[in-house]
Design a protein around this ligand. Structure first.
Ligand code: GTQ
Length: 339
C-alpha cells in the first residue's frame, strides 16, 4: 500500500469514514458462510445438568431454572436468532409472572400437573403439549402437582439482543389472576369465531396444542409421501391466520417413518432439532451425529443436511427455525443437493 493511500485511509478513519475498497472482499460471487458450526447436545447430559440445577439453583437465584443450549461459536444462543433451553419446575414451585419482547414457546418433555398462565388464561399441560407465549404476553408457571416438570423453552432472545429491542418487565402482581374460562382461546380462534373480536394481526394469541391432537394428525397423514427432505411435517400454525407459529419462529413436528432416509438440502433458515422419539443419524455439513431420544442439534443456515431413521419404529423431532424471518424479508432460499 502506498504511503499516500495509507495516509488517506487514516484521514478517513479520523472522521469516521471508511473507503469501500477497504472491505476485504471484492466484487466476487459469494454465498452465506455461517459464523457458527453445527452443534450437538446429548440429552443425558442436558437432563443430568437440569436435575443438578434442581438441587443447587433455587428460584431465588434464577427466576427461571433453565439450562441453555449454548452454541460455543456464538456469544449467546443455539443459533444466531434462537435459543433452546430446558426448564425445570419442581412440585410446589411458582415461576413468577413477567413479560418480555422475546417471543417464547414451550414443548413439554416430562411430567403432569403444571399450569402455564398466559394473558389471564390457564393452560393445563402434559407431555408432548406445545404452548406459545408470544412477544410481550404476561406468563407465569405454577407446579401444584406432585411431579417435577421439564419443558423445552424456545425463545427468539438472540434476535432481540441483535435488534436491541429488549424490553422486559416483572409483573408487580407476582402471579396473574386467571380471568378467562378454561379453553377460552381454543373456543374463540378456531373455525368458529366471535365476529366482534379484533385480534392482534402480528402476534398470534397464546395457544396450547395438545399432544393427543398432534399424535392423531400424525396417524392420519403418516401413510402419505410427506416431504422428501423432512418426512412427515406438521406445522404448529398461528391458529388465526394459518401462518407460522410466531413471526420470528416456525415450530414443527417431523416424523421419519421406520428406516426412512431423507434427501439432502440446505436453506437460508437455521434449524434446531430435538429428538422426541426414536433413534437415528443426521448428516450436517461434514458432520455425522447419531441421536436418540432427548438429544438436540442445530443446523446452521446453508449447511446441507439429511436424516436417517435407523430403527423400524417412527422417529419424531420437535423442530424450530427462523424461516418466518427469512420469508418476511425475502431472504429465504433453498437448494437441493444433486443425487
Ligand atoms: O419465557 O419465561 O427459558 O424468561 C428463559 C427466560 C424462559 C420465559 C427461559 C425466560 C423464559
Amino acid at each position: 500500500m502506498s504511503e499516500a493511500l495509507k495516509a488517506f485511509e487514516d484521514e478517513l478513519q479520523s472522521k469516521n469514514f471508511k473507503g469501500y475498497w477497504q472491505n476485504i472482499q471484492g466484487d466476487v460471487a459469494r454465498e452465506p458462510v455461517p459464523s457458527f458450526a453445527p452443534c450437538f447436545w446429548k440429552g443425558k447430559d442436558l437432563f443430568a445438568a437440569t436435575e443438578k440445577a434442581g438441587e443447587v439453583v433455587g428460584l431465588d437465584v434464577s427466576f427461571r431454572r433453565v439450562i441453555q443450549l449454548w452454541n460455543p461459536a456464538l456469544k449467546n444462543g443455539t443459533s444466531r436468532t434462537l435459543v433452546l433451553n430446558l426448564q425445570l419446575l419442581k412440585p410446589g414451585e411458582d415461576a413468577l409472572s413477567h413479560r418480555h419482547m422475546a417471543g417464547a414457546i414451550r414443548f413439554i418433555l416430562k411430567g403432569q400437573g403444571t399450569r402455564l398462565i398466559v394473558e389471564g388464561e390457564s393452560f393445563e399441560i402434559g407431555e408432548g403439549d406445545f404452548v406459545t407465549t408470544p412477544s410481550w404476553t404476561w406468563h407465569d408457571h405454577e407446579n401444584h402437582g406432585g411431579e417435577s416438570m421439564m419443558w423445552l423453552d424456545g425463545l427468539d432472545a438472540p434476535l432481540v439482543r441483535l435488534l436491541e429491542t429488549d424490553f422486559h418487565e416483572p409483573d408487580p402482581r407476582k402471579k396473574q389472576t386467571v380471568t378467562k374460562p378454561e379453553g377460552y382461546t381454543l373456543a374463540t380462534v378456531g373455525a368458529l369465531r366471535p365476529s366482534w373480536m379484533k385480534q392482534n394481526s402480528i402476534q398470534p394469541p397464546a395457544f396450547c396444542y395438545k399432544w393427543a391432537d398432534t399424535e392423531r394428525a400424525l396417524s392420519k397423514v403418516g401413510e402419505q409421501p410427506g416431504d422428501p427432505y423432512d418426512g412427515i411435517v406438521l406445522d404448529y400454525a398461528n391458529p388465526l391466520t394459518g401462518g407460522p407459529t410466531l413471526p420470528t419462529m416456525a415450530c414443527q413436528i417431523h416424523m421419519l417413518r421406520g428406516s426412512e432416509k431423507t434427501k439432502s438440502h440446505r436453506h437460508t433458515s437455521s434449524t434446531i432439532y430435538h429428538v422426541w422419539r426414536g433413534g437415528g443419524v443426521s448428516y450436517i455439513g461434514d458432520q455425522r451425529y447419531e441421536w436418540e431420544q432427548g438429544d438436540s442439534f442445530v443446523v446452521p443456515l446453508w449447511n446441507f443436511h439429511h436424516h436417517e431413521n435407523t430403527s423400524k419404529e417412527p422417529a419424531v423431532f420437535f423442530v424450530m427455525s427462523d424461516k418466518p424471518l427469512m420469508d418476511a424479508i425475502g431472504h429465504y432460499r433453498e437448494d437441493a443437493k444433486a443425487d
